[in-house]
Design a protein around this ligand. Structure first.
Ligand SMILES: *Cc1c(COP(=O)(O)O)cnc(C)c1O
Length: 398
């Protein structure tokens, strides 16, 4: 099919859930992508913080090939070696003692919400089920996670929503303290908000939440679906603040682009899940687990979190320099390779301008241009990307 035919068929046959850009991406290598007309792009979207090793990384391709020839799917009725090895690797490199595998970020958060409710029932009482969540958060699109999400635009029209969530402003300890009562079973929070505009909290925030949780016997759940797996310059974002959660959720970059989610928990909390409590047909198949193990061990062995911290700082400095020259750029923020550039025009116009010039970036809300490139991105790639962003800024009407 020609590009025009593909775009027409897309408009005709696909559910209309995305305002897609009018290109068809066909092939990738590292941080580069090519569309159906052969045009090349520098990819600073990385499948929205998913393609941590870039496109078609040799170790990932090898793991896919090898495991596809050995075993793709059985069932969690049986033990699965790649899944066991992945759980061990995740636990050895985090606060966690146990892992539950599923297929997406929303599902990982569903598991976390269910575990927190079950844990409260086991240890406290049946009316302790409320979870405090933050404004501008994003936790997924299932009914429970969309309710947890702190932005009306994601749940408008789908009411009645799930009971048991209380929204408070992000980065506001006092608001959390006021919202907590005898019904609170957990606090669910992104250590760095992604979709909500790339928001990094103050240094007292996560330690403060931990303290409030400890005082009240409430669980701290960190949604690291976007911030985890090296993105912020540490393997997990919570490590920046020396705070450990009780439950953490992962997905996006976990298997480098093959769908996988995970919920990790401390032993005392994980103990509330027993055989029959929760399940997933596809969770942690031999195939996806082997790929995730290859991706995660590559990230750890090659210290890609350290690389993300260095290249991320380089990109941040370059964006700050742009801000000094261009009044339309109002703030630059983020950590490692999750960076946001807030602008006083619709962010989508800048995203479109960059795409025309061969750079893929995305928005985070209406006014933030988001940069979440593969963790293997280099300073040379950053130079090229920033040059393109600058061209687009120069082309805006003054
Ligand atoms: C993307 C995202 C999710 C949802 O993940 P899906 O795999 O799309 O269900 C949840 N939480 C955060 C922080 C995310 O960035």
């Amino acid at each position: 099919m020609t590009t025009q035919e593909l775009l027409a068929a897309s408009a005709k046959y696909l559910a209309n859930t995305y305002a897609r850009f009018p290109i068809v991406l066909e092939r990738g290598q590292g941080v580069r992508l090519w569309d159906s007309d052969g045009k090349e792009y520098l990819d600073f979207v990385g499948g929205i913080a998913v393609d941590a090793l870039g496109h078609c990384h040799p170790r990932m391709v090898e793991a896919i090939r090898t495991q596809a020839e050995r075993l793709i799917h059985v069932s969690n009725l049986y033990h699965i070696e790649p899944q066991i090895r992945l759980a061990q690797l995740l636990c050895e490199h985090s606060f966690a003692d146990r892992a539950f595998f599923c297929n997406s970020g929303a599902e990982a958060n569903e598991a976390a919400i269910k575990l927190a409710r079950k844990h409260a029932k086991d240890h406290w009482s049946t009316d302790r089920f409320e979870i405090i969540v933050m404004r501008h958060s994003f936790h997924g699109r299932t009914l429970a996670t969309v309710t947890a999400t702190g932005n009306e635009k994601y749940w408008h029209g789908f009411e009645p929503l799930m009971p048991g969530f209380k929204h408070v402003p992000y980065n506001d300890l006092k608001a959390v303290e006021r919202a907590m009562d005898s019904r609170t079973c957990a606090i669910l929070v992104e250590p760095v908000q992604g979709e909500g505009g790339v928001n990094v909290p103050g240094d007292e925030y996560l330690p403060g939440l931990r303290r409030l949780c400890d005082q009240a016997g409430v669980l701290l759940i960190l949604d690291e679906v976007q911030s985890g797996i090296g993105r912020t310059g540490k393997l997990f974002a919570y490590q920046h603040w020396g705070v450990t959660p009780d439950i953490m959720t992962l997905a996006k970059a976990l298997a480098g682009g093959i769908p996988m989610g995970a919920m990790l928990a401390k032993e005392s909390v994980a103990a509330s899940f027993v055989p029959g409590s929760h399940a997933s047909t596809f969770g942690g198949t031999p195939f996806v687990s082997a790929v995730a193990h290859a991706v995660l061990s590559t990230i750890i062995q090659e210290d890609l979190p350290g690389h993300a911290a260095r290249v991320g700082k380089y990109l941040l400095d370059r964006l700050v320099a742009l801000q000094e020259k261009h009044r339309v750029v109002t703030t630059v923020r983020g950590r490692g390779l999750i960076l946001g550039m807030e602008v006083s025009v619709p962010a989508r116009t800048i995203v479109s301008g960059c795409m025309e010039r061969g750079l893929l970036v995305l928005t985070a809300g209406d006014n933030v241009v988001r940069f979440v490139p593969p963790l293997i991105v280099t300073e040379t790639d950053v130079d090229r990307a920033v040059r393109i962003v600058e061209e687009v800024l120069n082309g805006l009407p003054h």
